[in-house]
Design a protein around this ligand. Structure first.
Ligand SMILES: Cc1cc2nc3c(=O)[nH]c(=O)nc-3n(C[C@H](O)[C@H](O)[C@H](O)COP(=O)(O)OP(=O)(O)OC[C@H]3O[C@@H](n4cnc5c(N)ncnc54)[C@H](O)[C@@H]3O)c2cc1C
Length: 344
């Protein structure tokens, strides 16, 4: 039985874990955070529950659909039926694309993190365990924790972090230098956009609209996405309250990254009020979350990389190879795990 360590318990790492365990491998996941989910996660604060990363899951391959709706189905799975409308840089709001709005937008009453929680239930996941570096020798891949502690040695290693973080990790690690150099050169071409997520809680609930969310269609607005989080489920907010989530455009996010939260919230509430023509300047709850590597903007081809790394028992997967979507990351985890098993 082969042993594998998987770094990262987001959707790609968890998907890969199930494929390898189904094939009889001994699988151990190491996750830096105290919760699984990665960028498809949910926070609970002051009675509000919100998805501050991914907003919902779209329909992917038949296999990933079956994992979401059958194999790892949670009882509170829901489809957000209200549509997404659009707005432009001038703030003009229009009905969205009806074909796109007819597609499912899956989520969970208790939060998007439910998918990865269900997937993690039967797996060996070590939370709050950031791995600092790895060393490769004739015994396999030895992992070292942040305090320099020995975490363990595994036959194989699968990295699922955003690619700039993989690049940094490999730079600290010790393994065949030519392969390491070549892999880091390729990973150096990957690019991710930063993103500020700003949560605004109101009592009473903001006005009900004919849409669940708005997306900026011409990329000329400082807000790229605005969602009425309580439309997913009233379980997400305290009684009588409502929650808006604004995801700021990449250029705005990069420029405003270091600003104090209070300034960001002030600026954001002004923009939201103007866009909606509704006074939303005084939220009674707010939160700002910063995603340094939110969504990949330049993808990397996995085939030549895996040709280099798999002979050493090393593989990489995640959205940096396929695009920033939950279902794509999930499917990539499955695909890479199958290739890893086939070539073992
Ligand atoms: C703001 C935002 C909005 C989005 N909206 C949508 C959407 O509406 N729909 C959609 O489908 N997708 C959306 N996405 C994209 C989607 O969330 C990602 O594509 C997907 O979750 C990526 O999964 P992953 O497994 O590849 O990576 P991640 O989820 O990033 O998983 C990597 C994991 O590795 C862990 N880790 C990092 N370093 C270490 C270390 N040293 N040791 C151990 N663990 C480590 C991280 O904590 C993380 O859990 C959005 C993303 C963001 C940020």
């Amino acid at each position: 039985m082969s042993s594998v360590a998987i770094l990262g318990a987001g959707c790609s790492g968890l998907a890969a874990a199930h494929i390898l365990r189904d094939k009889g491998w001994s699988v151990t996941l190491f996750e830096r955070e105290h919760e699984v989910g990665g960028r498809a996660t949910t926070l609970a604060r002051e009675g509000f529950k919100y998805d501050y990363g991914a907003q919902y899951i779209k329909r992917g391959s038949p296999e990933s659909v079956a994992w979401i709706t059958e194999r790892f189905r949670a009882s509170d799975l829901l489809d957000i039926v209200k549509p997404v409308w659009t707005f432009d840089g001038k703030g003009s709001i229009q009905e969205g694309d009806s074909a796109q709005n007819a597609e499912e937008k899956w989520n969970y009453r208790s939060g998007l993190v439910m998918l990865t929680k269900r997937m993690a239930e039967s797996l060996d996941v070590h939370l709050s365990t950031p791995i600092e570096l790895a060393r490769h020798d004739e015994h396999g891949w030895n992992l070292v924790g942040e305090q320099g502690q020995n975490i363990g040695t595994f036959d194989r290693l699968l990295l699922t972090l955003p690619l700039p973080q993989v690049c940094e990790f490999l730079g600290k690690s010790h393994f065949e230098p030519e392969v390491c150099g070549a892999v880091r050169t390729v990973l150096g071409t990957s690019m991710y956009r930063p993103l500020l997520s700003i949560m605004l809680g109101y009592r009473p609930t903001p006005r009900t609209r004919p849409y669940y969310a708005l997306v900026n269609s011409d990329k000329r607005h400082a807000i790229s996405w605005l969602a009425w989080e309580h439309e997913k489920s009233l379980e997400r907010v305290p009684e009588g309250a409502g929650l808006l989530i604004a995801q700021m455009a990449p250029a705005y996010s990069a420029e405003a990254w270091g600003r104090a939260d209070a300034k960001l919230i002030d600026d954001c509430t002004g923009r939201v009020s103007r866009l909606l023509d509704e006074d939303l300047s005084s939220p009674y709850f707010s939160d700002v979350q910063r995603w340094q590597f939110a969504l990949p903007s330049v993808l990397v081809d996995d085939a030549p990389l895996l040709d280099l790394t798999l002979p050493l028992g090393l593989a990489l997967c995640g959205d940096g190879f396929v695009g920033g979507r939950v279902h794509l990351a999930l499917e990539h985890g499955m695909r890479v795990a199958r290739r890893m098993a086939d070539e073992a």
